[in-house]
Write a protein that binds this ligand. Structure first.
Ligand SMILES: [Zn+2]
Length: 366
């Protein structure tokens, strides 16, 4: 079978995404572009990312050749549940692993918006933030946190996820007991619902990695670009190197292709056996950059450790943009590698099936 046909026909396992949510009419007509940037941009600038221009084209394909304002009116009028089911059906996705930390629609409620099989992933900072107010000592918190993670992984959750990159950064260190206790007490004394202390955040991630290892499930890390309040330097996945070596029994997934540190992320993935690299969010956000993203990831990392995902959130159009962009660019990269003699056609087809579906099935034991 030609490479293109294998890429087009393989069902996707989307290992990092979020639920669709209902938006107010005003949100769609006035600030739809905000869903296609991770920046803190004015609408005037948000409307001029190439990712947003791609969704305007998608709306025109669905609603007809109208101007942008009319397309947004049409989009605001849809029945979001059936519209979302229609769009997700177009992506040929077999399974979505859904982060339960954002938006407010739970993974279970997401089932109303899609016929695709949903498996939930638990965000560890949210769990910690719910427990901290109820535990006045560090050891009491630790016991409750570990028990809670044990419970969710024994139930239907297939992995854990940390957003530490966008809180205090990826330079996750080991701290001594007195420092952790002091930091925990200070966080509690000044509690505002969010952990901004790096010592406490680092400790939570170490605890989560140990629980993930004991269940044999992955811990996902945001890396590279993402939230607008992240520091662009401290999202570089090379900061995680000591942590990853110290937790060699924990499978770790670096999310977002580490963009723009994609080559560094590929290097780490190629060095440590327990590390995997997901190519989401950069797919589809960087648009014509998705082809070099895939190409760079394939330079050093084993093909068995690369994973497709959309990181779609809130609006179903992101699922379509990601799936289309990724299939088109994976095809062109693999065809080029075959043409230039780096891979056989048969191996290129195995790589396609692996990245789109089978690597995730194996890693998450789906
Ligand atoms: Zn993400």
């Amino acid at each position: 079978m030609p490479i293109r046909e294998v890429v087009e026909s393989t069902p996707l396992v989307d290992n990092h995404a979020h639920a669709v949510e209902p938006l107010s009419r005003e949100t769609v007509t006035e600030s739809f572009a905000s869903y296609f940037t991770e920046g803190d941009l004015s609408q005037e600038n948000a409307r001029h990312t190439l990712n947003y221009r791609a969704v305007v084209d998608l709306l025109a394909e669905r609603f007809g050749d109208e101007d942008e304002a009319t397309l947004l009116e049409r989009r605001a009028d849809v029945d979001i549940e059936s519209y979302s089911r229609e769009l997700l059906a177009r992506t040929n996705t077999e399974r979505i692993l859904v982060d339960d930390g954002f938006p407010d629609v739970t993974p279970a409620e997401f089932a109303a918006y899609t016929d695709v099989d949903i498996r939930p992933i638990h965000r560890v900072e949210n769990a910690a933030e719910e427990l901290i107010p109820n535990h006045d000592s560090l050891s009491s918190f630790e016991d409750a946190f570990v028990d809670h993670l044990d419970d969710v992984l024994t139930a239907e959750f297939v992995a854990l996820k940390t957003v530490v990159a966008y809180r205090t950064g990826l330079d996750v260190r080991r701290h001594d007991r007195d420092a952790i206790r002091g930091a925990y007490d200070a966080v509690r004394a000044d509690w505002d619902g969010r952990i901004e202390d790096s010592v406490v955040n680092d400790h939570i991630v170490h605890l989560a990695a140990d629980v993930a290892a004991s269940h044999g499930v992955p811990l996902q890390f945001h890396t590279g670009f993402g939230d607008a309040d992240a520091h662009p330097l401290f999202v570089d996945p090379t900061y995680l190197y000591e942590f990853l070596r110290a937790h060699a029994d924990t499978p770790v997934v670096l999310l977002h292709g580490g963009y723009p540190y994609t080559r560094a992320a590929g290097y780490v993935t190629a060095t440590l056996d327990n590390v995997f690299l997901d190519l989401s969010l950069a797919t589809p956000f960087v648009q014509h950059g998705v082809e070099p993203l895939i190409s760079q990831a394939l330079e050093l990392a084993p093909t068995s450790k690369l994973l497709y995902a959309s990181d779609a959130f809130s609006v179903p159009e992101l699922y379509v943009l990601a799936a289309r962009r990724f299939r088109a660019d994976l095809t062109s990269v693999l065809e080029r590698l075959y043409r230039d003699g780096f891979v056989s056609e048969r191996y290129a087809e195995d790589v396609a099936r692996g990245i789109l579906r089978e690597n995730a099935v194996r890693l998450y034991d789906l």
